[in-house]
Design a protein around this ligand. Structure first.
Ligand SMILES: NC(=O)c1ccc[n+]([C@@H]2O[C@H](COP(=O)([O-])OP(=O)(O)OC[C@H]3O[C@@H](n4cnc5c(N)ncnc54)[C@H](O)[C@@H]3O)[C@@H](O)[C@H]2O)c1
Length: 447
């Protein structure tokens, strides 16, 4: 595999090995005979990251506070592409992966990668509890010679505040006896064509030596590494990427509304605009955004700018529009039921797809849950189909995914179309609201 480090600094040296038997600050004997990477947070990002390191011949210690998650990983009962589940099984059989609840296990690692969640709370303020807790454990267990890589999306300056300064308070000197970089993740769960090893990765070190250690660690797992001058530049890069996406999704949703008002098929328009080879990037409208990135990450920036008493009106408007998108879908449902002459209390509505995006079982922040809950509070009978989510408990109701659309259904609402979904047959139903914009325009109505 040819690897290109798009690096501002020359890449030298082999993968750094701490001396075997070195005594750690904590007084334990280290065993670096096999390069071991510690991963803190074995979720949607941490687990595939672990697979990449193990593919590259490293051993991995996966640390997670959730015993349930660790047990699921051990059983291979995880939301991964089939090929990645096979990779996990192989590495478990080869004893390449050790799982632990306690951070003490990290003292045996030459490098520690932090991939814990960075959500927002009900007031859209960053909830830094998991990240603070993880960084505290990493710092407490840091040993001389170790490299610490923060990958969780976060505010600008976080790496320095939560990792570098506490390490210095423990007596470490970054770039000398400890190394720290920020390198944001670009994993795209559920999308087979976006392989992490083919996706360029950005990295910023606290010092040049830190950066070099980071490049050496990541290079076997990623063909293209792009260096920036500081952890702050890398933190801001991730915020730009996801804010860019949020703003463009808000824009294309607005175009969908405008196109319907003007009697034009927005998907035809987007397809046509996408023929422009420069200056245009395709985004698709939908029922809203979900997952752990787009609904959350731009709020890290907005929160930080607010603390600096600075406005960011474009981002602010985009995030408000994104948050309001599911209510546009429910308004449309109300209109369609009225057109059908069915009172909502008697309506039978079937929802297709409840995860926040195709190909994953991830329900975090899924706009479908808002829409489903709204329906459950108003309609006689609400059913759903999602091959990735066999059961849902919502608004006091327990629903089981169905293979078919129940006879007598008044309205079918399509929210997410998984790669294995057959939605073509749905067009036979009298009224189909395609909020996913993935179906052919004939025979469906749009938001
Ligand atoms: N999911 C994505 O598609 C994606 C893509 C790129 C970047 N990211 C970013 O990566 C980070 C991780 O996201 P994720 O989707 O993997 O989250 P996740 O919720 O899937 O996984 C996080 C894991 O961390 C564990 N955890 C929480 N606190 C911990 C702690 N203190 N110590 C050890 N483990 C802890 C949780 O139990 C969970 O298993 C976030 O900052 C996210 O914004 C996510």
């Amino acid at each position: 595999m040819s690897k290109t480090a798009i690096s501002a600094y020359p890449k030298t040296g082999a993968y750094p090995q701490a001396p075997t038997g070195q005594r750690s600050l904590c007084g334990e004997i280290l065993n670096f005979a096999v390069p071991t990477v510690g991963i803190v947070g074995m979720g949607y990002v941490g687990l595939p990251t672990a697979l990449s390191f193990m593919d590259a011949g490293r051993k991995v210690i996966g640390v997670d506070v959730s015993r349930l998650r660790l047990a699921q990983i051990q059983r291979g009962d995880v939301d991964l592409l089939d090929r990645d589940r096979d990779r996990l099984r192989g590495h478990l059989e080869a004893d390449a992966l050790a799982l632990a609840e306690s951070g003490e296990a990290l003292r045996d690692a030459v490098a520690v990668v932090v991939c814990v969640p960075t959500p927002v709370d009900a007031n859209l303020v960053p909830d830094l509890k998991p990240l603070r807790a993880a960084c505290r454990v990493v710092v407490e267990n840091a040993v001389p010679g170790q490299l610490i890589v923060l990958t969780s999306t976060t505010y600008v300056g976080c790496t320095r505040e939560l990792v570098v300064e506490p390490l210095m308070a423990r007596g470490f000197t970054p770039g000398v006896d400890i190394h720290v970089v920020f390198s944001p993740e670009r994993i795209d769960p559920g999308v087979a064509s976006h392989r992490p090893e083919d996706t360029p990765r950005v990295i910023g070190g606290v010092t040049k030596a830190c950066l070099q250690r980071g490049l050496d660690l990541l290079e076997p797992t990623c063909k293209h590494l792009f260096t920036v001058s500081s952890p702050e530049a890398a933190e801001m890069t991730k915020l730009l990427e996801n804010t860019f996406r949020a703003v463009n999704i808000a824009l294309v949703n607005e175009f969908a509304d405008a196109s319907r008002a003007l009697g034009v098929d927005v998907m035809e328009v987007i397809g046509a605009a996408a023929t422009k080879p420069y200056g245009f990037m395709r985004f698709n409208p939908g029922p809203g955004v979900g997952g752990h990135c787009i609904p959350c990450d731009p709020h890290y920036l907005l929160w930080q700018l607010k603390s600096e008493r600075r406005d960011s009106p474009v981002i602010d408007a985009a995030m408000k529009a994104i948050a309001a998108r599911p209510s546009k879908v429910t308004t449309r449902i109300t209109e369609l039921l009225a057109d059908l002459g069915v009172p909502p209390r008697q309506a039978r509505v079937h929802v297709v797809g409840v995860t926040f995006k195709p190909g994953v079982a991830d329900l975090r922040e899924s706009p479908s849950l808002d829409i489903l809950e709204w329906l459950l509070r108003r309609c006689l009978r609400v059913t759903y189909t999602d091959s990735y989510v066999p059961e849902i408990v919502l608004a006091g109701h327990q629903l089981t995914s169905r293979d078919d659309v129940p006879p007598g259904t008044d309205l079918v609402v399509v929210l997410t179309v998984h790669p294995d979904s057959d939605v073509v047959g749905l067009q036979e139903f009298p009224t189909v609201l395609d909020a996913s914009y993935r179906m052919a325009a004939e025979g469906v109505v749009r938001v």
